[in-house]
Design a protein around this ligand. Structure first.
Ligand code: PCA
Length: 203
């Protein structure tokens, strides 16, 4: 049996819920395809989240890594194609706002996801879920976590399926957060992530 490290994020930017936290909790300990899932929740904190991600990576010793993040406003599940070496934008949950700041001064500009992003999108659509490959994970915490993981794998010479999937808001988030945006049921979000996990290499 292989192990998948699945990460979700805590709520951020004043939103009351992060549906990725709920998916991570709900799938923790389950077996999907060839993978037993070990879930970890990451803080929306530029300093802490890369440290906690790497700690989880060393503790769990996974065979694959999928990180999940909320992209409020998107209407589809979007596996990310690329992470870039930049932090910029809104303040994190610790009040830190960065501008034009590299994630790693000596790191390369970007890394492509090593997840089967096209296969994931195709399987989701075959099952009736809107999905697209996204060409930007942004410059906030999600991109930071994706870049950190892929940079580690590259510098350690590790060949592993790893990357990031952004998901839309859940209905609960729209109702409780009182903001209008596209939303999915939490159940459909979770089913979509199960399908994405089924796309990982079994061997
Ligand atoms: N989404 C944010 C950070 C945490 C999350 O769930 C992002 O897209 O960067």
């Amino acid at each position: 049996m292989k192990t998948l490290l699945l990460t979700g994020f805590e709520p951020f930017l004043g939103m009351p819920i992060n549906p990725t936290e709920r998916i991570a909790k709900s799938l923790d300990g389950e077996t999907i395809g060839a993978y037993k899932i070990k879930s970890v929740l990451l803080p929306v904190d530029f300093e802490k989240s890369p440290v906690e991600l790497m700690k989880a990576f060393h503790d769990v010793k996974p065979d694959a890594v999928i990180s999940l993040g909320l992209a409020a406003g998107r209407d589809a599940v979007t596996p990310e194609r690329i992470a870039i070496n930049i932090r910029d934008g809104a303040p994190d949950n610790n009040g830190v706002a960065l501008e034009d700041s590299p994630i790693d001064d000596s790191g390369q500009d970007g890394y492509f996801s090593t997840l089967p992003v096209r296969k994931m999108v195709n399987l989701l659509k075959e099952n009736g879920y809107p999905a697209n490959v996204s060409n930007s994970a942004g410059t906030y915490l999600c991109n930071n976590v994706m870049y950190t993981m892929l940079h580690h794998l590259k510098t350690e010479g590790l060949n592993m399926q790893a990357g990031f999937i952004h998901i839309p808001a859940s209905h609960d988030l729209v109702v409780e957060g009182k903001k209008r945006m596209p939303s999915w049921s939490q159940r459909d979000l979770e089913s979509a992530i199960r399908l994405a996990i089924e796309c990982l290499d079994a061997e």
